[in-house]
Design a protein around this ligand. Sequence first.
Ligand SMILES: Nc1nc2c(ncn2[C@@H]2O[C@H](COP(=O)(O)OP(=O)(O)OP(=O)(O)O)[C@@H](O)[C@H]2O)c(=O)[nH]1
Length: 475
Amino acid sequence: MTAQVWIIVAAAVAILLVALMVGSLLYRRRRISLTGQQSGATKVVEDRSGNYQAGGGFSFSKGGVDTAPPPVPVERTDTDGQPKVGDDAAVPRDAPKRPITDVRLPDSPEKVAPPETHVQPPSTGHVGHVTEAPGAPIPVPVPDSPAEIDTTRAIDEIEPTAGRLNRLRGRLSRSQSAVGKSLLGLLGGGDLDEESWEEVEDTLLIADLGNAVTAQVVRALREQMATRTVRTEADVRALLKSVLVEQLHPELDRSIRALPHDDHPSVLLVVGVNGTGKTTTTGKLARVLVADGRRVLLGAADTFRAAAADQLQTWGQRVGADTVRGKEQADPASIAFDAVSKGIEAGVDAVLIDTAGRLHTKTGLMDELGKVKRVIEKALNGRSAGSAPGATVDEVLLVLDATIGQNGLMQARVFADVVDITGVVLTKLDGTAKGGIVFQVQHELGVPVKLVGLGEGADDLAPFEPTAFVDALLG
Ligand SMILES: Nc1nc2c(ncn2[C@@H]2O[C@H](COP(=O)(O)OP(=O)(O)OP(=O)(O)O)[C@@H](O)[C@H]2O)c(=O)[nH]1
């Protein structure tokens, strides 16, 4: 071979080598970009916070405007929750119930002992100052524990009400998701035998859904699993979600009837057993209303516990809402009467009245609640000569402590016998895995859970939303 031929061969080999290198490079680049795309496509951001969120914030409506669908027919099918040994504080059986008609009402507004009105220092202008009726002496405010009432403190910044659930959803899911995980685990295990169904039932009972709701949930799950194709974890989750949400009756009107009427404020009564979080809830709700641009007046009708009025007044001061209060052991009805009268006079939007809730075995106290309501109606209907009759309390919120489970239900039954509850506030849901009480309360009372307390913080109150709640439950 000549040198020329060798040169040609060497050049051909060199060209081949270069082509191979370029090809390999291109091939590797393609592989890298493909891997990148694949990982991007499959990387799903997993939200482990329970997804307890809602698009909107609190919803308010005007009382008397019936926007609610007809109440859910409630069938008492469970025998659960009946008084047991050691529970005899639950249902008053030892004393005959005094009918509300026997409770003496003040004959006329003038005969109601005037409680003291604590006039707040100038505030942000959220609320006009409450003054006594012309001619009446202005009582000197005498706080029970002056140290607790700092009238110079600045008005609080209130957390935005919209998106509250986003902030609080983690708290709920932390306490509730164990139940959801266990249900998903059981139902995701393929064909369920009787033993597994019993485990599903036990899990629901442990979460405090109660016998009746548990039976309904299990029946619906069995029916639907027999007729639907449920293969993947996503199928199980979707099925469980739809069954649980349906049990929570998402169609119920959960708006808070706190919008003012044409000629008088809305009146909200906050009732419940002591320690459930009534005063705290009243304060938190006042903050929500103030943040919504409403003018609020608070009525401290919990005269049983000395510090309750101070506590409420402090809540009021923090948002610039005035508080009408009386002396310890004063007649709660007279304070409620005065608060509503002052609210009308001052032209506020909403009057929130915190009541005392001693043990419900004290039938006298429960009757007193009826009296408070009657007296408020008297104040509302006597507001002016030409005022239309028939004005009533717009919202009666029953506060229940979620951590006490079945006892809460017994309390609910007793309160429901005494006043027409229009909504339930479930507090301390941040500290319990027994959120299933929500299902039971609604099932028994036919009244929606409207608000949930998710912590001790001033803004730890959120509207209740069935879908978001079930999402949190399922983790
Ligand atoms: N973790 C938690 N604690 C709460 C919640 N709501 C209220 N609390 C706490 O529960 C305790 C009792 O609350 P109060 O508002 O004083 O209860 P009350 O029903 O008014 O009690 P009385 O005035 O005695 O009738 C307080 O320590 C509150 O901070 C909540 O949603 N979560």
